[in-house]
Each structure stands twice: as C-alpha cells, then as structure tokens.
Design a protein around this ligand. Structure first.
Ligand code: ADP
Ligand code: AMP
Length: 220
C-alpha cells in the first residue's frame, strides 16, 4: 500500500480531527495535529508553549518560523502522516514542499474539508475534547456515553477556551485571510481534493476513502 501522506485542509470545526482518527486506523498513518502539539507544549510550559499562548488565546496564528521548526522535527521521523492544521500559510506550505522533497516523500493529496459557516459554528459550540488524547466529541452529534467524561480513559472532557463565539469569529477570519489561499496553492500543485464535510461522519469517511483509492493509484 502507498504510504498515506495527506494534508487535511479546512476551517476550524470542519471535522479534520474526527476524520484523522478514522484515517489513522485505516491507513496506518500518524495524525500530526499542530494544535494538539501546541496545546501539549503549553500544558508543559515549555518556551515554545509560552510563546504560542498569546497567539492561540486570541485566535491568531503562531509565527511561521516556530511552527516550521516544530514540524521539521515531527516529519523527519514519520513516513505516513495526516497533517491536521498544518500548513496554515503559504510560507508554511513552501517550507513543507522543501522538506518533503528533501525527504523524498511526495504528498498523496490535500483534502479540502468544505462546510459553511453555520455548520462550523454549530460544531465548535458543542465540541468537547479529551486534552490527554485529542479525541473530540460533540454534545449533540457525537456525545460521550456519560456527559463530559471520556469513553476511553474515563477522565474529564473539556471545552476549548478558544471555542467561544468571539474567538471562533477571529479564527474563521484568520482562516479566510491566511489559510484559504492554500486551496489554490494545492489546486495548482495538482493534489487538491474537495470533500463535502457537512455530511455525517461516516459519509465523510466513505467519500475520503473513495478519493484516496483513486489518488493512491495515481501516486504509485
Ligand atoms: P476540526 O479538527 O476540523 O477543528 P473536529 O474534528 O474537532 O474539527 O470537529 C469539530 C466538532 O464537530 C466536534 O465536536 C466533532 O465531534 C463534530 N463533528 C466532526 N465531524 C462531524 C460531522 N461530520 N457531523 C457532525 N459533527 C461532526
Ligand atoms: P487547532 O487546534 O488546529 O484549531 O489550532 C489551535 C490554534 O493553534 C490556532 O488557532 C493557532 O493559534 C495555533 N496553530 C495551530 N496550527 C498552527 C499552524 N500551522 N500555524 C500557526 N498557528 C497554528
């Protein structure tokens, strides 16, 4: 099987993390979520975590050079990966291109998770997550067995402090200004695949598998 090397591209709340969990199992690839990595660094109060904090709390992006340095370390040791939340700017995408060329590991696809604003707001306002594992739930669409308790480890679930209406508005504006240009970037590179992310999780998974079967045959 071709090692999966994917970018999960799309606005906050589109369901990238949810599908990453499914794709990890299906393709034996590792999810690398820059948001999760940064939240871990914050919890450990590392220099990177402390630098990132103020940007994350206001819904802005952490500076490119910090993110690129962090991702170079992650990617050089991972053959099959699902990039969740990276790249988010054109300079990050260019740095990724350079790194993957150097490693001899081309992308299989950049999957664009497409959903409108109403769907994103509904999803983010009901999101609960396990800060220990990154697993997410939704209070209506995908509730845990016991409210605010993780099904797997029995520990508490939390609502992210940046999932408030004000910060979500900022994050969506940041996406539109700095990340949306990557759609054209990857279209021109010939790897963009759009997925209708507004559908139920199992249907989105099925659509992605269809796209990837076609793609992997091309890359092989
Ligand atoms: P992202 O990683 O793109 O920010 P998440 O995967 O965390 O998005 O999903 C955001 C919220 O929406 C979570 O609460 C998740 O449980 C829920 N969710 C994800 N995919 C779907 C879907 N297809 N339909 C309904 N809710 C979903
Ligand atoms: P996420 O978990 O993907 O929603 O990311 C949460 C926050 O982490 C974002 O709002 C940014 O502040 C920061 N972040 C995550 N990934 C990146 C990235 N690739 N570039 C810059 N900032 C990022």
């Amino acid at each position: 099987m071709t090692p999966m090397r994917l970018i999960l591209l799309g606005p906050p709340g589109a369901g990238k993390g949810t599908q990453a969990r499914f794709l990890e199992q299906r393709y034996a690839a590792r999810q690398i979520s820059t948001g999760d990595l940064l939240r871990e660094q914050r919890a450990r109060k590392t220099p990177l975590g402390q630098q990132a904090q103020a940007y994350m709390d206001r819904g802005a992006l952490v500076p490119d050079e910090l993110i690129i340095a962090m991702m170079e370390g992650e990617l050089s040791t991972t053959g099959a990966f699902l990039l969740d939340g990276f790249p988010r700017t054109v300079p990050q995408a260019q740095a990724l291109d350079v790194l993957l060329t150097k490693l001899g590991r081309p992308l299989v696809a950049a999957l664009l998770f497409d959903a409108d604003r109403r769907v994103l707001l509904e999803r983010l306002s009901g999101r609960w997550s396990n800060p220990r594992t990154g697993r997410t739930y939704h209070e209506r669409f995908n509730p845990p067995r016991v409210a605010s308790v993780d099904d797997d480890d029995g520990g508490p679930l939390v609502q992210r402090t940046d999932d408030t209406p004000e910060i979500v508005t900022e994050r969506l504006a940041t996406y539109a200004a700095l990340t949306a240009p990557l759609v054209e970037y990857y279209r021109q590179a010939g790897v963009l695949e759009r997925v209708d992310a507004a559908r139920p999780p199992a249907e989105v998974s099925q659509a992605i598998v269809g796209v990837l079967e076609r793609r992997a045959a091309v890359v092989r």
